[in-house]
Design a protein around this ligand. Sequence first.
Ligand code: PLP
Length: 390
Amino acid sequence: MNQAESSLQAVLNQLAEQHRLRRLKTIEQPKAAEITFNHHRVVNFCSNDYLGFSQHPALIEASQKALVEYGVGTGGARLIGGTYDLHTQLEQQLVVFKQTEAALVFNSGYQANVGILSALVNRHDVIFADRLNHASLLDGALLSRARLVRYPHNDVEALENLLKRTQTSGQRFIVTDTVFSMDGDLAPLKALYHLATRYDAWLILDEAHATGVFGETHRSGLWETTGLGHQPQVIQVGTFSKALGSFGAYVAASQAVIDTLIQFSRSFIYSTALPPPVVAANLAAIELLQQDASHTQQLWGNIYEFARLAKGAGLSPETNSAIIPILVGDESKTLALTDQFLAAGFYVQGIRPPTVPEGTARLRVTLSTKHSFEQIEKLVQALSHFVYQR
Ligand SMILES: *Cc1c(COP(=O)(O)O)cnc(C)c1O
C-alpha cells in the first residue's frame, strides 16, 4: 500500500471504529417485495418503489417497445440531438400531470436539484432551507454561492423571523422537501406559500417522495393537496425514481423558469439525455397513475394497516407517508438491528449520520403496494420484539 492509499485507509478505519463505514449490499432476484441476499430470502422494507411500478407490466412493455424502436441510448445531450419525441411527449404530459405552465425532464433528482439552484440563484440571493432537506438541495445551494440560511425543521415561525431579519439586494428562495426522505413527515406547504408571498420569495419544493403518493386527482404530489394550483413563484421538482418506479426527474414551473433552466442549468446542458426505454417507462408510469387511483389507494391501505397494527402492539411510530422512521439513536445499535432484521427475514435499512443528524440514527421502514398484510404484520411483530423490548 503506498502512502496515499494508507491515508485513505486510515480514514476508512476511523469510520469503521465509529460504526459509520458504509457497505454495499448486493440484491439478487428482486421479485415483488422479496429479494435475495447471499441466497437468503428477505422481505424488502427499504425500497422507494412505493407503487411497485419498477416491475409493472405496463412500464416494462412500454420500455421494451421503445428499446426496439429507438435503441438503448440517445447519443447526445438534450440541446445537441438528444431530444427525442419521447422526451417532448413526457414534458407535455408533465404539464397536465402537475397542472403547471411548463415542465422539463432532468436525468436524476440529484442533477435536477443541483441544476435548478445553481441556475436560478446567484451569490446576491439568499436561500432559506429546511435543516432536514435532501443532500442534493444542500449541494445545489452551495454551488449557487448564495447566502445559505438553514431554518429549524418545519418551523414556520423561525423561518418568518429569519426572513424578516435577513436583508438582501437579491432574491429570496425558500427550499424544502415536501415529504422528508428520512423522517417521512410533511412540510407545511400552505404556511410556506403564504410566507413566500408575504416576503416576495420563490418557493422550491422537492416532491421526490410525494409524487404518486399524495394528491386526489392526479396523484402528483403534496402541492396538489393545497389546491393552490399553478403559482408563478412555485417551482416543483420530482423524480421518476421513487413511486414512479423508473429513473429520472422533472421540474414543473412557469415557462420563464423552464426557459431559464434550458439556458443556464449545467446539469441539464452538459449531460446525455435519458435513454428512450427509461423515458417510455416514465410516460407509462404517469399514464397509469392518472388513469388508476388503485395503486396509490393500495399503498395507503398498507400504511393504515401498519399504523393500526403498530398501535395495537403499543408502538407509536409516525405514519405520515410511506416512510416510517424508527428512532434508535445509537449507531452501533442501529447497525446491529439491521443485521438482526436480516437474519429474521426483513431488509430494513439503518440510517446513520451524516445522512441524519447526530444522535438520531434510525431504522427507515418504507411500505409499498408489494407488501401483503401478512408481511406487514410480521414486520410489526419483529419491530416490537427487536426494537421496543430490547
Ligand atoms: C431521492 C431524492 C432525490 C434524488 O433523486 P434521484 O432521482 O434518486 O437522483 C432528490 N430529492 C429527494 C428529497 C430525494 O429523496
